[in-house]
Design a protein around this ligand. Structure first.
Ligand SMILES: Cc1cc2nc3c(=O)[nH]c(=O)nc-3n(C[C@H](O)[C@H](O)[C@H](O)COP(=O)(O)OP(=O)(O)OC[C@H]3O[C@@H](n4cnc5c(N)ncnc54)[C@H](O)[C@@H]3O)c2cc1C
Length: 567
C-alpha cells in the first residue's frame, strides 16, 4: 500500500497552452510525483497526486524555475490507493469483484464501464429495469412525447410518423405506442448491447443492501467487493398534503394520482389535469398535455414558475404558456386534496385567499428524493442529508472509505449526463485513488418546454452574492436573424459576466431549441473564455447560437445598430 496525497495548486503567470505544458512538466519532474495535470492554462490551477513524504516546497520551486508562480490551495491524503493489479481478483474466485455497483442506471453504467476500461472486475446489480430512470421513465419517453406534441401543435395537425390524419385521442395512442417502441429500442442498444461488449462486467438482478463496512447482500448472498458504488437514483416525491394519500398517491396505475412515471404511461388523454409543481418536469408535462388537448392548470408554491432560473426568463416563459392556454397560479400552497365522483378537488391558499380547483387528473411533480431506504446505510456508517441524499465529499466518497456514491442518489444536479460524469469519476477514484474532484461549476440545465430554457453557470443574483462586479447583457431573440427568418422570435439571451476579468460567469437562454445553443456558453464558462474572445469568434449565420455572440457584443454596443453578422 502506497500512501498518496492530492495537492491542488493555484498557478500564476500562464498565458497559453504551452504554459500549461511547461507547468505540468515542471511538476512531473519532482521525484515522488505520480500524476500532474493542468486543466488548461485559463484554469489557473494544477492537480498533483504525490507520495506523502514529498515536500510541497519542492514542487513550488520547480514551477518557479519554469517561470511561473505556484501556491498550495489544498493538500489532502488520498484514502488508500487500491493497489490490486487489475484482474487479480479472478484468482480469488468468481465471486470477488474489485467494484460492486448498485443500480444499473446512467451513473451505474458509467461507473461499471470505467471500472472495466481501467482493467478491473466489476459487478453491477439492478433491482428493477436495466437502464434506470432516463431511458425507461425519464428523458427518453418524456422528450419523445414533447417532440411529438410540439409538431402537433406547430402544424395544427401532426406530421409525426405519418399519422397526421388521426384525430386527438387516436393520435395520442399512436404517439404512446411509438414512444414505447423507442424506449425498448434504446434500452436494448444503449444498455443491454453495451453491457454485452464488456466481459469484465458481471450483471446481476436483485435488490442490494450493505452489510457492515464493506459487505453487500443480494438475495441472501453476501459479497465483499474491494469497493462499492451506490447509484440507486431517485423517485418521485410529494410533500405531506392532507388527503393526498387517500386520493391515491403514489399511483401504481393510471387510475390514481399521477407521478411523472405514470403520466408517461397514460393510455387515454384526460380532458382536464391539475399539475402540481412548475419546475422542469412539471412544466414539460403540463405543456405537453395542454398541447395534446387537455385543459391544464399549473400550480406552483413558489412565487414564480421555473423558480431556480433567471427571473426574467421565468416571467417570459409564463407569458408564453398562458398565451397557449395554460392556467398558471403561483405562490399557491396546497392544503387539501380529495377525490369526489372520480374528480380531484384540490384546495389551497394564495395570499389570504382560499381557492379550489378540480380536474379529471392530478399530476404531482413536486420533486424527486433519493432511493436510500433499506440500503443498510446506517450499518455501513454512511450519513444522509436532510432530503435523504447520501452525503459525499468532493471525490464522491461517502463517510465510509470503501463506499462511493454518484447520480441522483447524492441529491445534487439531477441530470443524466451529470449522473454519468459522477459515476465514471467515482469509479476511478474508488479503484485507483486518483482523487479527481467533482466539478459542478458549469453544468448545463435544460427545461424542454417550447421555447426551451437553457442555462449554465451563475445567475445575476448568484454572481452578486458571490461578490463579483457583475455586468449583464440581455438580448431579445428578435435581434437574432435566425429567429426572424423562422418567424419565431420568442425568448431572450442573458449573459452574466465578471467585469474585472472579462469572463463569462453565466448564460441564460429562453428560445426555441435553446438546448442547442447553451453548449457554446458552457465551453466559455468552463475554460474561462473571455467576452472579447467570444466577440472575436466567428459564429455561423443564420443560426440561433449567433444570439450568444450578439449578446456578448451587446455588453458594449447597441445591437440594433449592427449590420448582418458584423461585429
Ligand atoms: C420525467 C423525467 C424527465 C427527465 N428528463 C431528463 C432530461 O431530459 N435530461 C436529463 O439530463 N435528465 C433528465 N431527467 C433526470 C435523469 O433521468 C436522471 O437524473 C438520471 O436518470 C439519474 O440516473 P441515476 O443513474 O442516478 O439513477 P437511475 O437511472 O434512477 O438508476 C438507479 C437504478 O438503481 C436501481 N436500484 C435502486 N435501489 C436499488 C437496490 N437497492 N439494489 C439494486 N438496484 C437498485 C433502480 O431500479 C434504478 O434502475 C429526467 C427525469 C425524469 C423523472
Amino acid at each position: 500500500m502506497t500512501k498518496l496525497e492530492q495537492l491542488e495548486f493555484d498557478i500564476r503567470g500562464m498565458t497559453c497552452d504551452s504554459c500549461a505544458l511547461h507547468v505540468e512538466r515542471a511538476l512531473k519532474k519532482v521525484s515522488g510525483v505520480r500524476e500532474a495535470e493542468v486543466p488548461g492554462w485559463e484554469s489557473g490551477r494544477a492537480s498533483v497526486l504525490l507520495e506523502e513524504d514529498v515536500d510541497s516546497q519542492a514542487l513550488i520551486e520547480s514551477v518557479r524555475r519554469a517561470g511561473y508562480g505556484a501556491s498550495v490551495k489544498t493538500r489532502k491524503p488520498v484514502v488508500e490507493r487500491w493497489v490490486e493489479k487489475p484482474g487479480s481478483s479472478d484468482e480469488r474466485g468468481d465471486d470477488h469483484f474489485d467494484l460492486m455497483v448498485i443500480g444499473a442506471g446512467s451513473a451505474g453504467f458509467a461507473a461499471a464501464i470505467k471500472g472495466a476500461e481501467l482493467g478491473y472486475r466489476v459487478a453491477m446489480v439492478e433491482a428493477g429495469t436495466i437502464g434506470g430512470t432516463c431511458v425507461n421513465v425519464g428523458c427518453v419517453p418524456s422528450k419523445t412525447l414533447i417532440r411529438a406534441m410540439e409538431q402537433y401543435h406547430q402544424a395544427g395537425q401532426s406530421r409525426f410518423r405519418g399519422v397526421h390524419t388521426l384525430p386527438g385521442a387516436l393520435y395520442w395512442a399512436h404517439v404512446m405506442a411509438d414512444k414505447d417502441e423507442l424506449v425498448a429500442e434504446m434500452r436494448q442498444s444503449k444498455y443491454l448491447d453495451v453491457l454485452a461488449a464488456y466481459p469484465a462486467i458481471t450483471s446481476m438482478e436483485g435488490r442490494a443492501r450493505l452489510t457492515g463496512e464493506n459487505g453487500v447482500e443480494i438475495d441472501g448472498k453476501v459479497y465483499t467487493p474491494g469497493k462499492i458504488l451506490i447509484a440507486t437514483g431517485a423517485q418521485p416525491w410529494a410533500p405531506p398534503i392532507s388527503g393526498l394519500k387517500e386520493a391515491g398517491y403514489p399511483s401504481t396505475s393510471s387510475g390514481q394520482v399521477l407521478t411523472s412515471t405514470t403520466a408517461l404511461e397514460l393510455k387515454e388523454l384526460p380532458r382536464s389535469m391539475i399539475v402540481l409543481g412548475a419546475n422542469a418536469v412539471g412544466l414539460e408535462l403540463a405543456q405537453t398535455f395542454a398541447r395534446a388537448g387537455t385543459r391544464v392548470t399549473l400550480l406552483e408554491l413558489l412565487p414564480r414558475i421555473a423558480p431556480f432560473e433567471d427571473e426574467e426568463i421565468s416571467q417570459a416563459l409564463q407569458d408564453y404558456l398562458v398565451e397557449e392556454g395554460l392556467k398558471i397560479v403561483t405562490g399557491f400552497q396546497t392544503t387539501r386534496v380529495e377525490k369526489l365522483n372520480g374528480r380531484y378537488i384540490l384546495t389551497g391558499i394564495q395570499g389570504d385567499q382560499e381557492i379550489t380547483f378540480d380536474a379529471e387528473q392530478l399530476l404531482v411533480a413536486t420533486g424527486r428524493r433519493p432511493n436510500t431506504a433499506g440500503l443498510g446505510l446506517d450499518e455501513a456508517g454512511i450519513r444522509l442529508g436532510k432530503r435523504g441524499e447520501i452525503l459525499v465529499d468532493e471525490t464522491l466518497r461517502t463517510d465510509n472509505p470503501h463506499v462511493y456514491a454518484a447520480g441522483d442518489v447524492t441529491g445534487q444536479d439531477m441530470f443524466v449526463y451529470v449522473a454519468a460524469y459522477g459515476g465514471g469519476l467515482a469509479a476511478e477514484n474508488a479503484l485507483t485513488g486518483a482523487g479527481r474532484i467533482y466539478d459542478a461549476s458549469y453544468i448545463p440545465r435544460i427545461t424542454f418546454t417550447d421555447p426551451q430554457v437553457a442555462s449554465a453557470g451563475l445567475t445575476e443574483e448568484q454572481a452578486r452574492e458571490q461578490g463579483y462586479v457583475v455586468e449583464v447583457s440581455t438580448l431579445p431573440m428578435s435581434f437574432v436573424p435566425r429567429a426572424l427568418a423562422a418567424r419565431d422570435t420568442r425568448g431572450l439571451v442573458k449573459l452574466v459576466a465578471d467585469a474585472a476579468s472579462d469572463r463569462l460567469l453565466g448564460a441564460h437562454i429562453l428560445a426555441p431549441e435553446a438546448g442547442e445553443m447553451i453548449q457554446t456558453a458552457v465551453l466559455a464558462i468552463r475554460f474561462g473564455i473571455m467576452l472579447t474572445q467570444l466577440r472575436e469568434t466567428m459564429f455561423p449565420y443564420l443560426t440561433n447560437v449567433e444570439g450568444l455572440k450578439l449578446a456578448a457584443l451587446a455588453f458594449e454596443k447597441d445591437v440594433a445598430l449592427l449590420s448582418c453578422c458584423a461585429g
